[in-house]
Design a protein around this ligand. Structure first.
Ligand code: PEP
Ligand code: MG
Length: 325
């Protein structure tokens, strides 16, 4: 099996009937690039920049950040790179940025909520990103967006920093996209409205499942509720994909579910544009896609989303379908 996958390294990700998808990788630092390139990833669908902040004894400077972003963009030689702005809070803490103790950190002061409040930190990161944009195909993404107003505010700050750089004679790429994570149920429900304003969505299933099922993603006692194939989750995912396509935008997925073999046929059937996962899963998913025929998958999706009522039924639905291929 390994050697069969090896052969797919330099191939595109296409289904049996010739539909192309992007299979991308998630990274945490520029050091992860080697694995990304070795496994033939077509893009980086999620660069979690919080590690830059967590691996540092103080807030990383604009230049330190610029160097890291530039290294990743150059390392991908013009392939798209989705960089997510700082997603601190929840379980991720910074020693030099003490946050108040909270009853529910996952429902608290985190990610874009901190960035909009501490816009000094946010603007530094955005300037570093804008300067790095000249070295590749950069897509900037905001985490934990709950309201259209938050997205507008974040994008407005980005536009201000861009205008200032340009006024100072600094170049900024004109091939820059600005999108958001969909990981809060409110934004998945309101995807049609968000789709008018974003360039792309990336669905974060790790948090989307946690918040939709009201089950802490770190708590083993409720891990049985962590149900990626639950029709409630699938319906939200499909809503986001459809809403983006209606506005001519694209949708990726960067949560764990994007690399899951049961999810893949459902997501291909829904027309998810980009699948982003750990680099070691890229070739397995590319190989799986080759076995799928998109013209057959509409029925599978319809049953999973509108007929079945449980995670288990949907798991069995896909397993049966795949074993009969
Ligand atoms: C997610 O929530 O699915 C996601 C990709 O982000 P993180 O796992 O970093 O919260
Ligand atoms: Mg998340």
């Amino acid at each position: 099996q390994k050697t069969e996958w090896e052969k797919l390294k330099n191939e595109k990700s296409v289904t049996k009937d010739g539909k192309a998808f992007t299979v991308a990788a998630n990274i945490g630092t520029p050091k992860d690039l080697e694995g990304v390139v070795d496994n033939g990833s077509e893009a980086i669908g999620l660069y979690r920049t919080e590690f830059l902040y967590m691996d540092s004894a103080e807030l990383p400077s604009e230049d330190d950040q610029f160097e890291a972003y530039k290294a990743v963009l150059e390392g991908m030689s013009g392939k798209p790179v989705v960089v997510r702005t700082m997603d601190i809070g929840g379980d991720k803490k910074l020693p030099y940025l003490p946050l108040p103790e909270e009853m529910n950190p996952f429902l608290g002061y985190r990610a874009i909520r901190i960035s909009l409040d501490r816009d000094d930190i946010f603007r530094t990161q955005l300037r570093a990103l804008l300067r790095a944009s000249n070295y590749g195909k950069l897509r900037i993404m905001f985490p934990m967006i709950a309201t259209v107003a938050e997205f507008r505010q974040a994008k407005g700050i980005l536009e201000e920093e861009k205008a200032k750089l340009i006024a100072n004679g600094q170049a900024v790429s004109d091939d820059l996209q600005v999108g958001m994570m969909v990981e809060i149920p409110a934004s998945a429900v309101l995807a049609n409205q968000f789709a008018k304003e974003v360039d792309f969505f990336s669905i974060g299933t790790n948090d989307l499942i946690q918040y939709t099922m009201a089950a802490d993603r770190m708590n083993e006692r409720v891990s049985y509720l962590y149900q990626p194939y639950n029709p409630a989750i699938l319906r939200l995912v499909k809503n986001v994909i459809d809403a983006s396509h209606k506005e001519g935008k694209w949708t990726g997925m960067c949560g764990e579910a994007a690399g899951d073999s049961i999810m893949a046929p459902l997501l291909v059937g829904m027309g998810l544009d980009e699948f982003s996962m750990s680099a070691t899963s890229v070739l397995r998913v590319r190989s799986l896609m080759k076995r799928l025929d998109t013209t057959e998958l509409a029925d599978l999706v319809e049953t999973a989303v509108n007929v079945n009522t449980s995670n288990e039924e949907n798991q069995k639905l896909v397993e049966d379908y795949m074993s009969n291929l």
